[in-house]
Design a protein around this ligand. Structure first.
Ligand code: FES
Ligand code: FES
Length: 152
């Protein structure tokens, strides 16, 4: 039985090793914060962290996860995450919301590595996260605001 470390807990799962992580999160574990968009690593809705790095869970079989720490939107914590969530609310970033957990996962990984990101840093880090509602300008502004708050 495969074992996964998710949000600090070690869990045994029933799924076959070639099952994509997203299927396990949503279907088996009922952790529905991580979204299914394209299933082809094209939209970013399914973004989680593996050892802190953003990863597309729709194309990551659980056999490829190994012993790495999986973080989902439900377990996203820390100073950067708190600053981002506050900025998201403050600037009313969300429209339909579907893409937003993936956006926050990518934004958080960016801020942890690059505390003072430029517009170019943001555009590069966020380029794999699509938003059909076009919230990109508010996402960028919220990342800048979170970065400023975090430094203050
Ligand atoms: S659902 Fe994984 S990238 Fe679109
Ligand atoms: S907020 Fe609707 S898809 Fe991004």
């Amino acid at each position: 039985m495969p074992t996964l470390k998710i949000n600090g807990k070690t869990l045994d799962v029933q799924a076959e090793p070639d099952t994509p992580l997203l299927w396990v999160l949503r279907g088996e574990l009922r952790m529905n914060g991580t979204k299914f968009g394209c299933g082809m690593a094209l939209c970013g809705a399914c973004t989680v962290h593996l050892d802190g790095e953003p990863a597309r869970s729709c194309v990551t079989p659980i056999s490829a996860v190994g012993a790495r720490d999986i973080t989902t939107i439900e377990g996203l914590k820390g100073a950067e995450a708190d600053a981002l969530k506050a900025a998201w609310v403050d600037l009313d970033v969300v429209q339909c919301g579907y893409c937003q957990s993936g956006q926050l996962m990518s934004a958080c990984a960016l801020l942890r590595k690059t505390p003072r990101p430029s517009d170019t840093d943001i555009d590069q880090a966020m380029s794999g996260n699509l938003c059909r509602c076009g919230t990109y300008p508010r996402i960028r502004a919220a990342i800048h605001q979170a970065a400023r708050k975090k430094r203050a």
